[in-house]
Each structure stands twice: as structure tokens, then as C-alpha cells.
Write a protein that binds this ligand. Structure first.
Ligand code: AMP
Ligand code: MG
Length: 467
């Protein structure tokens, strides 16, 4: 292992944790191991040794497993009874580069905060989280990362019995908006203040000496950046409860997420989300609503009156980041911003009206511009394309387009296929898909089966929240 652990959380936040060892669900088998990330953490050896230690019920040196207590607003309602119900923070690692990373094991057994849940995770949802985090990281979207996926010999009961698994992930921090809400509702003023400064000092040392308004601006900007990139790549988180919002703006707790295939921005994938609260177009507004809950919570230990001015800047900020990313995706870097904005808006209308595939349309545009390819986009685009060529003077920024437009994205029907294979013991599709998802900009994948959008009969309309 040889990781350098600095377990500050276990030492300083005793009133909001429960220490407890990992409880396995039968012997484990390593299915995926992220050796690049492991090296960045300063690890040596492989995942096998780690697995053997867990199976032997040993606590490897440096680990200090604990469940974190937090609360949160779920679908708009405050729920004080949340916390790590099946995940344990194993410890905090100081990397050779000097960064701090949490190691967290999901599916590690029941905890006092699980409200009677079994404390387990299934292979299906663990594969989904692994691929999603690595795919988002490769796109440049801030996210937690996946380090090891093991399947467990024991089955787990969901709608039906399913193979069990555990996912070892890393995050800059596992401190969520919901941690501060827990402190607020329990009047834990000193803990709240200490927690805030702990995260800021570790993650943003540059802001450590700044006033709290500036620090809160840091949180606002990271949240906005993350969501702006979700919007630009068509990612739908699905459960933007405040307990799933990382304080440092990493995409977190992947559940019933999806990436748009055809551009249907109003479609709701999470079948438990009956009002459409967490639909694609709702995400920027929900980000702000969640930040307002954080502001209220922080009023326990800080003067938050000045934070309102910070939140007033949220919408222009997210809009700016989103438009800049879309400008890059459409090769509009030399086009004046008014024209750019108009072209972006009309682009989205075009995709919606003709029910075109969201991410593939950018590739279709590029291929048309590059080699005159005739494709679904070109056939639908008519006036827009003429307008576009005029605005770019026939010189779109193709180099940037190739850097930011993925050839391969996470698609539910492909995920379904690799999960089915993995559940029957065949990991080849899983490893294959992972490989292309982690190098998504390579044009060599253009003709790969993984680049293909779903045929009509392969489209998945709803996703189960059970995980
Ligand atoms: P999530 O929807 O995955 O963000 O989970 C919401 C809350 O339920 C968190 O506090 C989780 O730890 C908890 N939870 C989810 N699944 C389980 C489970 N199988 N056993 C215990 N707690 C769970
Ligand atoms: Mg969660």
C-alpha cells in the first residue's frame, strides 16, 4: 500500500462520526483497478493485496474507517436522518504532489446512519459509478474518481437478488452541503466552523486566509462550473439533493444519472422524481437553491448577509462558463459573443426540433466541416449551417472542437450491455468501454461500436434509483 495517511477527520470531528470496521459480504474479487490513480495517490503494489486484507478482515495500516453524519434536503424536504448508510471513509491520503484525497468504500456494510438499509451496493450501480466518474474525469468535468471495483460473493436484495460489490473511490473531500445543515439543525456551531475551515484549508490553501465571503464565492464558483459543464455535455445527475453536493464542486454520488442521447431536455429519467425537480434544464436553478440552503445553514457560525451578493453572481457566472464551453464545442472562438449566443440557442432548437443525438451532432458538424460528410445533422441543419458558415467566415475553430468534443460518451444502452456481461462474469465489454471512455476525444473511435447512439428499440426511458 504505502499510502501516506493523515486522518484529520477522524481526529477532529468525533461528534459527527461513528468509527467502525468494514464488514464484507463474502469474499471479494477485483474487477477493475485504476492503476494510474493509485500511483497518483502514492500507492505501490496492486489491488489484489488490498482485497486480501479486506477479505481477511484486517484493517490495513493507516486506515481509520468511519461513517460520517450529515443531513440534507431531499427533493426539497429537509431530512435530518442522513449520513453514510453504506459507505465508510477509510482515511485521508496525502499524495506525493501534496494534495489531500479521501478514500471511501461504498457498500462496506450497515452503519448507524443507514435507517435500516442493508449497507450494501450492487454490481450494477457500482459499475455505473465507476464508468461515470472516469468518463467525467476524462471530459474534464470535476468529479470523484473510481479506484477499485470488487464484486462480492454475497448477493444483495433489490427489486430482485443481484450480485453485490464494493467501490473504492477518491474525492477531494466527502464533506457535503448536508454536513453544514446537520450542524445548523443540531446547533453545532464550533463543529460547523471547524469543518468549513478544515475543507477550505486543505482544498484551497490560497483561500485559507481570505474572508468568509471570498471563501463562499469559491464554493459558489466551483458549484456553478461543475453544473455548467454538466449542461454543456448533456449530463443529468438525477438526484441533486443537498447531501449529494460536495462542498468543493465535484460531481458526486452517481445514482440514476444519464447523458442525453437524443436532445430531449425536458425528459425525466429518475422514475422517483415525479415532479421533474431534477430534470436537465432544472439543474442550474437547483444548484442555486442548494447554495441558498448552504447559506442558511452557515448562518449558525458566520455572518452570511454578504453571501447574498455572491449568490446574485451565480446565474451570470454559470451562464458565462456554459456559453464559453459551448462556443468551444461549436468552434466559435473567433465569433463575436452576440452572434455566438444566437448560434448556440438556435443549435439547441435545431437538435430538439429534429430529435438529433446531442453529443454526436457536434461530431457530425465537425465531420461535415472537415471532410464534407453528409449526415443527419447536415440534412436537418439547412439555414443554421449557412448562418454558421457566414458567422465563422468558413473558418471554424476545428482544432478546439476536436479537443472538447468526445467521440464516445456514456450511453445507457452501452452501460446496460456491459453490466449484463459483467453480471455473468464477462468483464471484456466493461474493460473495452472503460478504455474508450477514458480517451473520449480520440478520433480513432469514430467507427467504434461504442460511439453508436441507441437504435429506437435500445432507448432507455427510465432509470431505477435502487442501488
Ligand atoms: P443516495 O440516494 O445514494 O445518495 O443515498 C441517500 C442516503 O441513503 C444516504 O444517507 C445513503 O448512505 C443511504 N443509503 C442508500 N442506500 C443504502 C443502503 N443500501 N443501505 C444503507 N443506507 C443506504
Ligand atoms: Mg448520497
Amino acid at each position: 500500500m504505502s499510502l501516506h495517511f493523515v486522518n484529520h477527520y477522524a481526529e477532529h470531528f468525533a461528534d459527527i462520526i461513528t468509527e467502525q470496521p468494514v464488514s464484507i459480504n463474502g469474499p471479494s474479487q477485483v474487477r477493475l483497478f485504476n492503476s494510474e490513480l493509485w500511483q497518483q495517490l502514492g500507492g505501490s503494489g496492486g489491488a489484489q493485496q488490498l482485497c486480501e486484507q479486506i477479505d481477511a478482515r484486517e484493517t490495513p495500516a493507516g486506515w481509520r474507517p468511519l461513517a460520517q453524519k450529515y443531513a440534507g434536503h431531499q427533493f426539497g424536504q429537509f431530512n435530518p436522518y442522513l449520513g453514510d448508510g453504506r459507505g465508510l471513509l477509510l482515511g485521508e491520503v496525502k499524495t506525493p504532489a501534496g494534495d489531500y484525497r479521501d478514500l471511501h468504500l461504498k457498500g462496506a456494510g450497515p452503519t448507524p446512519y443507514g435507517r435500516g438499509g442493508d449497507g450494501r451496493a450492487v454490481l450494477r450501480s457500482s459499475v455505473r459509478e465507476y464508468l461515470a466518474s472516469e468518463s467525467m474525469a476524462a471530459l474534464g468535468v470535476p468529479t470523484t474518481r473510481a479506484l477499485v471495483l470488487v464484486s462480492s460473493a454475497g448477493q444483495v436484495q433489490r427489486e430482485q437478488p443481484e450480485p453485490g460489490a464494493m467501490l473504492l473511490r477518491t474525492a477531494a473531500t466527502h464533506v457535503r452541503f448536508g454536513h453544514f445543515e446537520h450542524c445548523y439543525y443540531r446547533h453545532l456551531k464550533d463543529t460547523q466552523r471547524a469543518l468549513w475551515h478544515y475543507v477550505i484549508e486543505r482544498q484551497w490553501p490560497d483561500l485559507a486566509g481570505a474572508d468568509e465571503k471570498k471563501q463562499f464565492r469559491g464554493v459558489m464558483e466551483r458549484t456553478a462550473l461543475m453544473i455548467a459543464l454538466w449542461q454543456a455535455y448533456g449530463f443529468i445527475h438525477g438526484v441533486m439533493n443537498t447531501d449529494n453536493m460536495s462542498l468543493v464542486g465535484e460531481t458526486f454520488d452517481y445514482g440514476p444519472y444519464a447523458i442525453l442521447d437524443t436532445y430531449q431536455p425536458e425528459k425525466i429519467f429518475n422514475h422517483t422524481d415525479q415532479t421533474g425537480r431534477y430534470g436537465f434544464l432544472q439543474q442550474p436553478g437547483i444548484g442555486l437553491w442548494n447554495l441558498q440552503r448552504l447559506q442558511t445553514a452557515l448562518s449558525l457560525s458566520m455572518d452570511v448577509s454578504q453571501f447574498t451578493a455572491v449568490l446574485d453572481d451565480y446565474e451570470p457566472y454559470i451562464q458565462r462558463v456554459y456559453l464559453a464551453q459551448m462556443q468551444q464545442r461549436l468552434g466559435l472562438s473567433a465569433v463575436e459573443s452576440g452572434d455566438s449566443q444566437r448560434l448556440i440557442g438556435e443549435w439547441l432548437q435545431l437538435l430538439q426540433q429534429h430529435q438529433l443525438d446531442y453529443n454526436q451532432s457536434f461530431i457530425h458538424l465537425e465531420r461535415h466541416l472537415n471532410e464534407g460528410e453528409d449526415n443527419a445533422l447536415v440534412q436537418a441543419a439547412g439555414n443554421w449551417l449557412q448562418d454558421y458558415k457566414k458567422a465563422t467566415h468558413n473558418k471554424p475553430d476545428l482544432a478546439t472542437m476536436q479537443q472538447v468534443n468526445p467521440v464516445v460518451t456514456l450511453r445507457t444502452h452501452h452501460l446496460q450491455r456491459v453490466i449484463n456481461a459483467a453480471e455473468s462474469g464477462d468483464d471484456e465489454p466493461l474493460q473495452d468501454y472503460l478504455q474508450v471512455l477514458t480517451s473520449p476525444f480520440k478520433r480513432q473511435w469514430l467507427d467504434s461500436e461504442w460511439a453508436a447512439p441507441p437504435r429506437p428499440e435500445q432507448q432507455v426511458s427510465q432509470l431505477s434509483c435502487s442501488s
